[in-house]
Design a protein. Structure first.
Length: 655
């Protein structure tokens, strides 16, 4: 970057900035936009439905280079790496880089107003300010913020300015940079400028090869400033960096980040002519590195989500990433880097709008399919729909599952997530009761239905949903749900509602009795549930309603329901294929015992009769046309919610 800026320092500020942006964006955008486009197409075609909605949102962030935006608790970077559900997680670093591109020309232009002998100090002060910001910020901000990363970019600029002879035309002792590019025979000025533009179009790390090829007739003195001691230092630095990278235990970021960044800067300073780093294999890896960076993570994410940890498949993913990176580099990258700036601009605009269409394809198809339809129920299912409609709707409910957890009437305390706490607005002035709804994601899953059926009875509804957390039980004080376990009690104590509604899909409370335990009075799970409920009901005026436990589904089986119905598969066979059979009976027993010990303030709401088939002794989680009552995230689909509506209509009328 510094090299590109130094070339244009004799031009006007406007020309310098525009030239810098055009060169950088020409290098980055076409391939970046193509990879996003192909990744989204593969997402729709091969990835589980549960990954689609998350990646539609993250694709927009990647498209706008804001993948490093402030994160919620559910978007911790290292947790996202572990889950590998977001195929654009890795684009945070390019977002930081692009954001720095918007700053660096102005940092450079300001430096040109300072005497040259003070410029190193100027960049050093800038870097120091960034370091202070980095180490005084939270770990999340220090990781994602461009301002916390400026010092790392500036180290690269300092390396260039300190004069390492990495670029041939900087080795000339008398002639300025532009003059070196003019051939001895007398190339015209505009010809050398044209040649310079062609060279600059390529990545800066490839310029030495290009210049040497085109300037065979120029005698440039070979100045070797790297003594043997410098070579030894380069090998020592290289070995140290490899050791840090391969270290088997995590090194604190506050230590490893400056070590690697400064160490790499020093290595660049002293590694001129280094035989290891000049190796043709490593050089070619450098050539394909941008393609490999963009391509590898979506492939790895697919392995993580679909291969159940198979080690042979992850090796296949690695090899596939390298092969695809080579193909992309040799074809698409080399092709578009030879295009004119105008052609690249047209290519970028075309790819950008294609990405917008592909990312929003579901919304676009929904608008087309449901235009002019006046449907008030949540599932939008009508009597004249077919099995093909069921297949389409099931898919739509699966990919929009997270979006359907948001409720327009609720003002959320946490941004970018339907979880946490929110308070409903727009309630009837005639409503009498203060109500709290609380639980795991089922709370958000039921929220629209509850608001429609019970909202008119309430003057206040506070909603609390904790992802994958049970309000009545937590396995240990160090469990991620432990803080939510305490928060539920605290918020209900502050609210002091008339009624509470516990919406929770059972998770841990379905476990069997521990060894040598046969009664609830010695069951640690039940005793914690009871103690927690007693803390809750003391702050609730009338009653707590609890959703009774029912069997949940195997997520991956939900996708194929309509297809199996279409093929004529026996209904009982589909029912058994869907069912996650274990745990629900024990969860029901604990809930029923809890009601008995609840001092008359607890009541169960049982969905089991809605789904249980007495004739076959099975659970039917879909209708005759194949419309599913569940989503792949183990929530009720809008169709399932509608099936349960009458329960809530009756209950709320009697409240």
């Amino acid at each position: 970057m510094c090299m590109l800026l130094k070339r244009g320092q004799n031009q006007s500020a406007c020309s310098l900035v525009l030239l810098f942006y055009s060169k950088r964006f020409k290098r980055i955008l076409p391939l970046y936009l193509l990879v996003i486009l192909v990744s989204m197409i593969c997402l729709y075609s091969f990835f589980p439905d549960t990954a689609i909605e998350t990646n539609q949102a993250s694709a927009i962030h990647a498209l706008l280079f804001v993948s490093n935006r402030p994160k919620t608790d559910q978007e911790n970077y290292f947790q996202m790496l572990s889950l590998a559900e977001d195929i654009f997680t890795h684009t945070w670093s390019l977002s930081v880089e692009i954001q720095f591109y918007f700053l660096v020309p102005f940092i450079f232009l300001l430096a040109t107003k300072i005497p040259e002998k003070f410029q190193l100090g100027y960049y050093g002060l800038f870097a120091l300010a960034s370091v202070i910001f980095c180490y005084s910020s939270s770990a999340t901000v220090a990781f994602n913020s461009v301002f916390a990363r400026i010092w790392q970019f500036l180290i690269g600029m300092l390396v260039y300015l300190l004069g390492s002879p990495m670029i041939p035309y900087r080795q000339h002792p008398q002639k300025p940079e532009y003059e070196v590019l003019k051939l001895e025979e007398g190339l015209k000025s505009e010809e050398s400028e044209k040649f310079l533009d062609e060279v600059t179009d390529n990545e800066s790390d490839k310029e030495e090869e290009v210049l040497e090829h085109d300037l065979d007739d120029i005698e440039i003195p070979n100045i070797d400033i790297c003594s043997k001691s410098y070579q030894y230092l380069a090998y020592a630095l290289l070995g140290s960096l490899i050791t840090i990278t391969a270290f088997p235990w995590a090194i604190p970021s506050g230590i490893v980040r400056p070590l690697v960044t400064i160490g790499t800067g020093l290595l660049m300073l002293v590694s001129e002519g280094n035989r290891i780093l000049s190796n043709s294999v490593l050089t070619y890896i450098g050539d394909i590195s941008y393609s490999l960076y963009l391509i590898h993570w979506p492939i790895y994410a697919y392995w993580k989500l679909t291969a159940d940890g198979n080690i042979y498949y992850v090796l296949l993913a690695l090899v596939s990433s390298v092969i695809l990176a080579i193909i992309t580099f040799e074809t698409f990258e080399k092709w578009y880097l030879k295009l004119s700036s105008t052609s690249v601009g047209c290519l970028v605009v075309t790819l950008f709008f294609m990405n917008l269409v592909v990312i929003h394809k579901n919304e676009i198809s929904d608008q087309i399919q449901y235009m002019r339809r006046n449907i008030s129920n949540l599932d939008e299912v009508t009597e004249n729909m077919t099995i093909d409609d069921a297949e389409a709707m099931n898919h739509r409910w699966n990919i929009n599952d997270l979006k359907n957890l948001y409720v327009p009437s609720c003002v959320y305390e946490s941004i970018n997530t339907p979880y946490g706490w929110c308070r409903h607005t727009g309630l009837s002035r005639l409503g009498k009761y203060r109500i709290v709804t609380f639980g795991n994601s089922w709370t958000a899953n039921h929220a629209k239905l509850f608001y429609q059926e019970c909202g008119y009875k309430a003057n206040s509804i506070l909603q609390g949903a904790a992802y994958a957390c049970e309000p009545l039980y937590v396995s240990s004080p160090t469990h991620p749900c432990a803080s939510n376990f305490t928060t539920f009690v605290e918020r209900i104590e502050m609210e002091k509602p008339d009624f509470g509604f516990h919406f929770t899909r059972h998770i841990s409370i379905g476990a069997g009795f521990p060894k040598n335990v046969t009664t609830f009075d010695k069951d640690p799970i039940y005793q914690m549930m009871k103690a927690q409920m007693l803390k809750i009901i003391v702050n609730i005026k009338y009653k707590v309603y609890l959703i009774h436990a029912i069997p949940s589904v195997l997520p991956n089986s939900v996708r194929g329901i309509a297809g199996l119905v279409k093929k004529g598969t026996e209904r009982v066979k589909i029912e058994k294929m869907l069912l996650r059979p274990h745990g629900w009976e024990m969860a029901r027993k604990r809930y029923e015992q809890l009601v008995r010990d609840c001092n008359g303030k607890c009541e169960l709401i049982d969905y089991l009769p809605e789904f249980y088939q007495n004739s076959t002794k099975t659970f039917r989680y879909f209708d005759d046309k194949g419309f599913s009552y569940w989503t792949t995230d183990q929530h009720f689909s809008p169709h399932g919610i509608e099936k349960l509506r009458h329960i809530w209509t009756d209950l709320c009328a009697k409240l």
